[in-house]
Design a protein around this ligand. Structure first.
Ligand code: PEP
Length: 249
């Protein structure tokens, strides 16, 4: 993956089946034809290996990992296991896991350290709740998540931040271009303050109800280096126009 070349990553969440992997083939074919954009699909763990056989040039990623390489952690999957299954990317700290599995910033950081240490492209998710935004605390909330969730060490190109306002995920509500610009500028400033020049080269994705209809406007915002897409990544018909919008931006 190139530095700050746009990345469009699909998060299938707990959706998908072997029968739906034809969508991965179609997405990969379109991504090849479009060119110029890094594309990833993150199916459930059970579909990683079979998805890889359909992936062509696109990246197959996972939606979570454990911080340890092995051990007594029933139901969990480690970075070496993901790599053996063919994953080259992982999402850490998605707001659904922060809420449902009570993942803290420290948990997310530990997972991200394991993933980056294992050479996986690592998307670390941050984002405020509707109440935090309404109270004017959205920037402080995200800055605190960045401070607590991001590791100190990573290889160029492998650390990615996704700004996903919780109220925009799966709701059809999208942050305005002005709100996205404000937050992405604040995230960039935090990255540069912490990592210097290297922070200027970290990709920052927007996520939250990204669709074909709003993708071009979002990709035109400064410091939007791609998208993390949930619902609209499940079919090539909905995902490919987002990839094409990224390529055209
Ligand atoms: C997500 O789950 O990361 C996401 C952004 O979902 P959706 O696109 O469905 O809002």
């Amino acid at each position: 993956m190139h530095l700050r070349r746009k990345l469009v990553a699909g998060n299938w969440k707990m959706n998908g089946s072997l029968g739906q992997l034809a969508e991965v083939s179609a997405i990969a074919e379109a991504a090849r034809a479009t060119g110029g954009v890094d594309v990833a699909v993150c199916p459930p763990f059970t579909l990683l290996a079979p998805a890889l056989t359909r992936a062509g040039g696109i990246t197959i990623g996972a939606q979570d990992c454990h911080a340890a390489a092995s051990g007594p952690h029933t139901g969990c999957v480690s970075v070496p296991m993901l790599k053996e299954a063919g994953a080259r990317l992982v999402i850490c700290g998605h707001s659904e896991r922060r809420a449902d599995q009570h993942e803290t910033d420290a948990d997310v950081r530990a997972k991200a350290e394991a993933a980056l240490g294992g050479g996986l492209v690592t998307i670390i998710c941050v984002g405020e709740s509707e109440a935090e935004r309404a109270a004017g605390g959205h920037l402080a909330r995200v800055e605190a998540q960045l401070a607590g969730s991001l590791p100190d060490d990573w290889e160029e190109g492998e650390l990615v931040v996704a700004y996903e306002p919780i109220w925009a995920i799966g709701t059809g509500k999208v942050a305005t271009a002005v709100d996205v610009a404000e937050m992405h500028a604040a995230i960039r400033a935090a990255l540069v303050a912490r990592y210097g020049d290297r922070g200027a080269r970290v990709r920052i994705l927007y996520g939250g109800s990204v669709k074909a209809e709003n993708a071009a406007e979002l990709f035109a915002v400064a410091d939007v280096d791609g998208a993390l897409v949930g619902g609209a990544s499940l079919t090539a018909a909905q995902f490919v126009p987002i990839i094409e919008a990224a390529a055209a931006s």
